[in-house]
Design a protein around this ligand. Structure first.
Ligand code: ATP
Length: 505
């Protein structure tokens, strides 16, 4: 048997109120794809941050290529052959691909040489990318390729990937997996974090499962069902969402030939969008990211204005109203970007609860903030949505990604909206919590709320939507009943955006 590439023994890291990693030990072999599984807050990101030199363990040892390994910063980890592709890309939109790659390198070669090397790596590993293109014009999949190529130019022995497929089309996922397989055939090891269990079954050789910071077991994903893996992570069985029959009420929200120019140079303008959603109904909107989803959410939240008549709430024109008045009426929204847009990173959960809940939860009285009521509201969200955190005083940025997502969705759901618009409601959320969020949206609709769910997850949309439409380059397809729609029909509705194929529903 070959000696392991990386072995971890007894790694422990505590934060105030939580032990993020508790005596974690396992090994990664050269040439394998090793999955790191665990529910939200289980400690996956903390563990890989220790390997990448972003977080220092309180105790425990790491051995890489047979030598003691204790990186104090990412450059030390990179020098030892460890590379990492993050969930959120750190790229500059206005610069081209080669310039962005150079910015992430310790000693970048001259631009001409770098462009040649980028072309070589991109051809060798099947990652099509033109070094001269401006990054702002690239799709999410192409941006990820910039990050991957940046890593590959450093000749890594271990590549860490944190939820790499959440922004990719099914076709881009296939391309990525091909690249990863080529890398492993050359002996590179891949440490792979994902909540998408079917993908893990396709790609990964071994999996280590974390629960509440502890290593609770390993499995061979190919030989384990997705349901069994989910239960290993949670430690118990969980319920799949149930959809009750509902009577639909009045039209709650209507868009009439809505046209809006994106405020961003790299955004997508909305072109003639017409739709309506009734009380008690869930309208699912699919499409590849970057086809107008963010702009549609902004035009509904009031962050972007339109013609007054183009947006109608219970028959009233509201296109010129800002976010405050819309919230007061009961039109609530939860954007996709949880850190920075949906939540203020350095503010506590109580302060974040206040940010969107002040009006409808009466957290303000005669100009004064009612702090104890705001804290009680934050506690109710934490309780109802099973947000794993020591308490409401914790800053939003200290929550694991999935737990913050649960908080952001819970905050809007608990305000009993008349209309709720969500974008990617279960992004980065584990299987059990995703089921709970979908159930909460179904329950809201059962109580008469009109829901618009924008998502790239077609399985999710088919599970909860009554009717389905797709965004493509700022236009909306025909809207059709979701039940009985075939994969081919959905593919046609998505209109081949960025040449994508719909591989699964
Ligand atoms: N900087 C920090 N300060 C305080 N607590 C933190 C910090 N970073 C992580 N934690 C806590 O450590 C625990 C583990 O978080 P971590 O981000 O590693 O989980 P995860 O498994 O990656 O979750 P997810 O799947 O939601 O991304 C969580 O309880 C989280 O709140």
């Amino acid at each position: 048997m070959t000696s392991p590439l990386l072995s971890l023994s007894g790694l422990t890291k505590a934060y105030p109120g939580v032990v993020a990693n508790d005596n974690v030990s396992f090994e990664v072999q050269p040439g394998e794809v090793h999955a790191l599984l665990g529910e939200n807050g289980a400690g996956k990101s903390t563990l890989v941050k220790m390997i990448y030199g972003l977080v220092r363990p309180d105790s425990g040892q790491m051995v890489l290529h047979g030598e003691a390994f204790a990186p104090t910063e990412p450059s030390a980890a990179r020098a030892a052959g460890v590379a990492m592709v993050f969930q959120h890309f750190s790229l500059f939109d206005a610069l081209n691909v080669a310039e962005n790659v150079a910015l992430g390198m310790e000693n970048p070669p001259p631009m001409g040489d770098l462009a040649t090397r980028i072309r070589e790596v991109s051809t060798t590993y099947g990652l099509p990318l033109d070094p001269a293109r401006t990054v702002g014009e690239l799709s999410a999949g192409e941006r990820q390729r910039v990050e991957i190529i940046r890593c590959l130019l450093q000749d890594p022995r271990l590549l860490i990937m944190d939820e790499p497929t959440s922004v990719l089309t099914p076709q881009e996922v296939d391309i990525l997996f091909e690249t990863l397989r080529k890398l492993t055939s050359e002996g590179v090891a891949i440490l792979y974090i994902s909540h998408k269990l079917e993908e893990i079954r396709t790609l990964c050789d071994h999996a280590t499962i974390l629960r509440l910071g502890k290593n609770v077991g390993t499995c061979i994903p190919r030989d384990t069902s997705a349901r069994d893996m989910a239960e290993l992570m949670v430690g118990s069985a969980f319920a799949a969402p149930e959809r009750a029959g509902r009577d639909l009420g009045e039209v709650a929200l209507e868009l009439k030939d809505l046209t809006a120019v994106s405020s961003s140079a790299f955004g997508t303008s909305l072109k003639g969008i017409t739709l309506s959603v009734r009380q008690g109904e869930i309208l699912g909107l699919g499409g590849v990211a970057g086809n107008g989803q963010d702009e549609l959410l902004a035009v509904l939240s009031g962050e972007m204005r339109s013609n007054a008549d183009a947006v109608q709430f219970m028959g009233q024109p509201i296109g010129r109203l800002g976010p405050g008045p819309r919230r007061k009426m009961g039109l609530l929204t939860a954007p996709e970007e949880r850190l920075g847009h949906a939540a203020a990173p350095d503010m506590s959960l109580t302060e974040n609860a206040l940010l969107t809940g002040a009006e409808r939860e009466q957290l303000m009285q005669r100009g004064f903030l009612r702090w104890s009521a705001a804290e009680a509201f934050a506690r109710r969200i934490i309780e109802a949505f099973d947000v794993r955190t020591p308490g409401p005083d914790v800053a939003a940025r200290a929550l694991s990604g999935g737990n913050l997502q649960k908080f952001v969705i819970g905050r809007e759901v608990m305000q009993r909206p008349e209309v709720l618009v969500v974008n990617q409601p279960t992004w980065g959320v584990d299987a059990a919590a995703a089921a709970a969020i979908r159930q909460a949206l179904l329950d809201l609709a059962a109580n008469g709320t009109a829901v618009i769910c924008i998502s790239q997850d077609l399985d999710e949309l088919m599970e909860i939507s009554d009717r389905f439409g797709a965004l493509n380059e700022g236009r909306l397809s025909e809207i059709r009943p979701a039940q009985g729609l075939s994969v081919d029909e959905i593919g046609l509705m998505m209109g081949g955006a960025h040449g994508m194929e719909v591989a699964h529903v």
